[in-house]
Design a binder for this molecule. Structure first.
Ligand code: CA2
Length: 148
């Protein structure tokens, strides 16, 4: 059984505690449970992580690259949070790994502030999704299933 790695970046540990009009009222633990169900339904194992530290996200992407090389990874769902709009390092880490990576945002970043319209992740992602709320995570897992 292949693994889906779901990576969440800075401040996503605060999900459900603030800004419910933007991000909804479900917590990150709720999102993890939703992802467990989506992975089970699609025959995947789940590796679910969150970090507020760019370097830890880089380490996780390197690990995903090794899993891909070993044939044990179905893909990565990455919500890089605000690092989406700033991190050349995440762009570089993804580039060339061969990992099937879906960039995900809970909110529709294009309907928000201008600084959220640019992504360093999009050019190196297989697919990009935003604006589906936390249900986007389940949709991304189903999307990965269709790409195997
Ligand atoms: O819409 C998304 O998923 C974002 O990736 C979320 C990031 C934001 O910087 C991106 O532009 C879009 C922010 C995550 C912060 O999440 C919070 C959730 C609840 C309360 C406070 C922050």
């Amino acid at each position: 059984m292949k693994t889906v790695m779901i990576l969440n970046g800075p401040n996503l540990n605060l999900l459900g505690t603030r800004e419910p009009q933007v991000y909804g009222s479900q917590t990150l633990a709720d999102v993890q449970a939703l992802c467990e169900r989506a992975c089970a339904a699609n025959g995947f194992d789940l590796d679910f992580r969150q970090s507020n530290h760019e370097g830890e996200l880089l380490d996780a992407l390197h690990e995903a690259g090794r899993m891909h090389a070993a044939g044990t990874l179905a893909g990565v769902v990455l919500n890089a949070g605000a690092y989406t709009h700033t991190s050349v390092a995440l762009h570089d880490a993804i580039k060339g790994t061969g990992v099937c990576l879906i960039e995900l945002h809970i909110s529709n970043v294009h309907a928000r502030e201008e600084f959220r319209h640019h992504s360093y992740i999009s050019p190196v992602a297989k697919a990009v999704m935003c604006g589906f709320g936390v249900n986007g995570y389940a949709l991304a897992v189903a999307g990965l299933a269709g790409m195997q």
